[in-house]
Design a protein around this ligand. Structure first.
Ligand code: PMP
Length: 436
């Protein structure tokens, strides 16, 4: 890609025009202008293994998506008040992936919008306002989604600045939190105590919004039975259970299409986005007819681009390619390989404390001696060193010390081996430096 500007001039212009609040990866980021499957290419012709792009679930430069978009753009792109097949077909296909009874789809353009809409729907269906959420979670940037987002990595003051309608439970983090390992079952006991306190204070919950696996926390699995117990308690109080599936769904977990399946829960409302459009802005809320109709009573719902013919064709093509290429199964097989390889590295290098997650949604704790010593500097240095190795990984979590590993589902044996080798080399070099 030709450009008259030097790399630094382009970076300075980016900070100006695109606003400094929208951070970029890396101190000196490569200029990436092309991608193919799980590979990225910079303008110097260097290739990188993309271990971070869970949005591009089918990989970059997917020609079946490009062809479908080009064809549909030439035919028609308008809003969903018009009557065309793509919106019906995609809504049916999406609903078919959801548990029985969740047969109604509302289409939006992002995860934030989906979560915001889910909150509004829970409120409309219950006639209540208050929402229960978990700490360490991120749900989006819109006013509603931001209100229930308390991940400190993005907003260190988050816990002090919640509106009165937001009620929080401690993230059931079995690695670093209050209850660890085999004690993790106690998080549910704590949650039930907290709910009883809220009852005592006269709080009536519209619902619970939770990620079934902590995405932002670095792929941390919830303790067995946690979400099921919490969902029962919320239902017993007349509240609605919303699963925020924006990060972990669409087969990424390998064994499951949806994250809530891992917890054995059937939510009332699913909020989904990201992978759904393989990078095209696409989000959805999936719920029951009764809940959607309670929301419709409030007024009509409309999103100018949500459910457009192009978006729907993208959505349908993503689902088709996932199936055609067997990507969920690939996530399971490659995820197991990665998990095993990463565990091996953890045994070797004390700076790597644990591996979270499953399938191709994994997180590796970078620590300086154990769970209570998260090492964000180490995580950043490892990411910079991996960049030198031609591998893109980024840190996440409240302490920004968890390497998030969530590549496109196209990744194969060779790339998995390349990633593990690169991480091993980086860790060997760090050990050698430390010994000097
Ligand atoms: N929910 C979760 C769990 C997310 O991880 C994100 C984005 N990181 C969102 C919602 C918001 O999605 P979007 O960026 O598409 O608005």
């Amino acid at each position: 890609v030709a450009s008259s500007r030097s790399p630094q001039a382009l970076l300075d212009a980016r900070d100006h025009a695109f606003a400094r609040v929208q951070e970029h990866y890396y101190a000196a980021p490569p200029r990436i202008e092309r991608g193919w499957r799980h590979h990225l290419l910079d303008t110097d012709g260097r290739g990188y293994l993309d271990m971070v792009n869970n949005v591009a679930i089918l990989g970059h430069g997917e020609s079946r998506i490009a062809d479908a978009v080009a064809r549909q753009l030439r035919l028609l792109n308008t809003n969903s008040r018009f009557h065309y097949e793509a919106v019906v077909a995609f809504s049916e296909e999406l609903a078919a992936r959801a548990p029985d009874g969740l047969d109604t789809v509302l289409l939006v353009n992002s995860g934030s919008e989906a979560v915001d809409l889910a909150i509004r729907i829970a409120r409309a269906a219950t006639g209540r306002t208050d929402i229960l959420a978990l700490t360490e979670a991120y749900h989006g940037w819109t006013v509603g989604a931001d209100a229930i987002s308390t991940s400190l990595g993005d907003n260190p003051g988050a816990l002090e600045s919640r509106p009165g309608w937001v009620h929080l439970l401690d993230a059931p983090n079995a690695y670093r939190g209050r209850h660890r390992g085999a004690d993790a079952g106690r998080y549910l006991e704590d949650a039930l105590v907290r709910l009883a306190e809220l009852d005592g204070a006269g709080v009536e919950l519209a619902g619970l919004v939770a990620e079934p696996i902590f995405g932002n926390g670095g792929g941390i699995l919830l303790p067995d039975g946690y979400l099921a117990g919490l969902a029962d308690a919320v239902h017993a109080r007349g509240g609605i259970v919303v699963a925020d599936e924006v990060q972990v769904s669409y087969g990424r977990l390998g064994a499951h299409f949806w994250g809530f399946e891992q917890q054995g829960v059937e939510p009332d409302v699913i909020a989904v986005a990201k992978a759904m459009g393989n990078g095209h802005p696409l989000g959805a809320v999936i719920t029951t007819r009764a809940i959607a109709e309670a929301f419709a009573v409030e007024g009509s719902f409309f999103s100018s681009a949500g459910g457009s013919p192009v978006s729907c064709v993208v959505g349908s093509t993503v689902l088709r390619v996932l199936d055609e290429d067997g990507l969920q199964e690939n996530a399971r097989v490659m995820g197991d390989r990665l998990h095993a390889g990463l565990l091996g590295l953890c045994e070797h290098f004390p700076g790597l404390g644990a591996v979270h997650g499953m399938g191709l949604y994994l997180g590796v704790e970078v620590v300086a001696g154990g769970p209570d010593a998260p090492d964000p500097d180490g995580a950043r240095e490892i990411c910079e060193a991996l960049l030198e190795e031609g591998v893109i990984v980024q840190p996440t979590g409240d302490h920004k010390n968890v390497l998030k590993i969530k590549p496109p589902l196209t990744i194969g044996e060779e790339a998995v081996a390349r990633f593990l080798d690169a991480l091993e080399r980086v860790m060997v070099r760090r050990k050698a430096w430390a010994a000097l």
